[in-house]
Write a protein that binds this ligand. Structure first.
Ligand SMILES: NC(=O)c1ccc[n+]([C@@H]2O[C@H](COP(=O)([O-])OP(=O)(O)OC[C@H]3O[C@@H](n4cnc5c(N)ncnc54)[C@H](O)[C@@H]3O)[C@@H](O)[C@H]2O)c1
Length: 357
């Protein structure tokens, strides 16, 4: 077999929390094109325990990852406020980067991080895992092939069973930047560019959300550039389980995406039938989280562009910030965007020319 297709890209991982532990476990055995060699966490006990479990080297210093000359790329799964700096440092050290979403909480830092990777000539992929979910990917392929016809309506729900800690929320960039950003990326991917957002939010489950100026439930109305309409509903506090479901209605067909079951059994008892329901994103998307890292490693190995780019992250962040502004100012926010031969830009270097009216 060709060495180029058997080469396993040597990766390090920073941040071993909810997301990093999942990525590390995947990289240590389920991602054929990658080899995890080092992990880093600010907490020494966490780093050592993960390294022992996974049989890799550990450190509390990101510099130790960057100093390894054999390391080809890094996976950044630290808290959001640290991403942009770590991406830029990794790029300066010549390492390719997979960064969890969002790259940063604000547009300027996102642009600086993207520019750092462009200048260094390294690849940057962002963790919009839904793009690698087999159900979403199959639906998107059929929409893009024209099977749905003209899109009239887009509807999507992303609901967590229970909220992460208020400590996490406080550093997350706010509800739209942390949660809705996934749906905004999905909307762009399935339907196309977005011209208008109108957002409503409320802190309903716990006064702690309002105390830090955030919300725990939200609804966003969208108007796409094609004229199609969309609705996003999001919750941190669904209670019954984790839900991520999407519907796109078109002139020729309607597609519904969303399975939420661990098993395919139904319990039938007098007067009722019940099915099980997933608890969180790790149960809903086991394949997507593996496939996004496999695609990143393959992009590095084969020297091709990643499937989800920094520009995708910038576009979704700009839309998320617009949602936040819409909610706080109580009005619709219009966005302009520019299509170039290779990318769509809402903000940033190209974005200087874009306006949020
Ligand atoms: N794609 C998804 O579905 C998804 C889901 C959850 C979280 N995320 C993203 O993943 C990122 C991490 O979220 P989380 O929930 O895993 O956070 P977390 O708080 O559970 O874990 C963060 C970890 O990073 C460590 N850390 C902090 N600063 C560090 C540094 N400078 N260097 C090394 N380690 C450091 C902490 O000790 C902790 O172990 C966030 O950006 C979040 O938006 C993505």
């Amino acid at each position: 077999m060709n060495r180029a297709t058997t080469h396993r890209v040597r990766l390090g991982l920073a941040g071993l929390g909810r997301m990093g532990q999942l990525h590390a476990a995947n990289l240590a055995g389920r991602v054929p094109s990658a080899k995890l060699v080092r992990v880093v966490d600010a907490d020494e006990d966490v780093a050592r325990a993960a390294a022992d479990r996974l049989g890799v080297q550990w450190s509390t210093s990101f510099d130790d990852l960057l100093a390894d000359p054999e390391l080809e790329g890094v996976v950044v799964a630290t808290p959001t406020p640290s991403h942009a700096e770590l991406v830029a440092r990794a790029a300066a050290a010549g390492k390719h980067v997979f960064c969890e979403k969002p790259i940063a909480n604000d547009v300027e830092a996102t642009v600086r991080a993207i520019e750092a990777t462009t200048e260094a000539g390294v690849k940057l992929q962002v963790g919009f895992h839904r793009r690698f979910d087999p159900d979403y990917a199959a639906a998107t392929a059929r929409i893009k092939a024209g099977e749905l016809g003209d899109v009239y309506l887009f509807r999507t729900s992303l609901r967590d069973k229970q909220s992460p800690s208020i400590h996490y929320i406080a550093a997350s960039g706010g509800f739209f930047v942390d949660v809705t950003i996934h749906d905004l990326d999905t909307a762009r991917w399935l339907v196309g560019e977005i011209d208008e957002v109108t957002a409503f939010g409320a802190a309903l489950s716990d006064p702690a959300f309002a105390e830090i100026g955030d919300v725990d439930n939200a609804v966003v109305a969208l108007r796409f550039a094609t004229g199609a309409l969309g609705v996003i509903d999001n919750s941190r506090t669904a209670g019954y389980g984790y839900e991520c479901s999407t519907e796109v209605m078109g002139s020729k067909a309607t597609v519904r995406i969303g399975h939420h079951r661990r098993s395919h059994t139904q319990w039938l008892t007098p007067g009722s039938a019940s099915v099980d329901w997933v608890d969180d994103f790790t149960e809903r998307y086991p394949q997507a989280y593996v496939l996004e890292l496999e695609d990143f490693a393959a992009a590095v190995r084969d020297d091709r562009p990643p499937a989800v780019t920094g520009e995708d992250a910038l576009a979704a962040l700009t839309l998320a910030r617009a949602c936040d502004r819409s909610m706080r100012e109580g009005r619709t926010v219009r966005l302009s965007h520019e299509q170039t031969a290779t990318e769509i830009a809402y903000a940033g270097r190209e974005v200087d020319r874009a306006r949020v009216r």
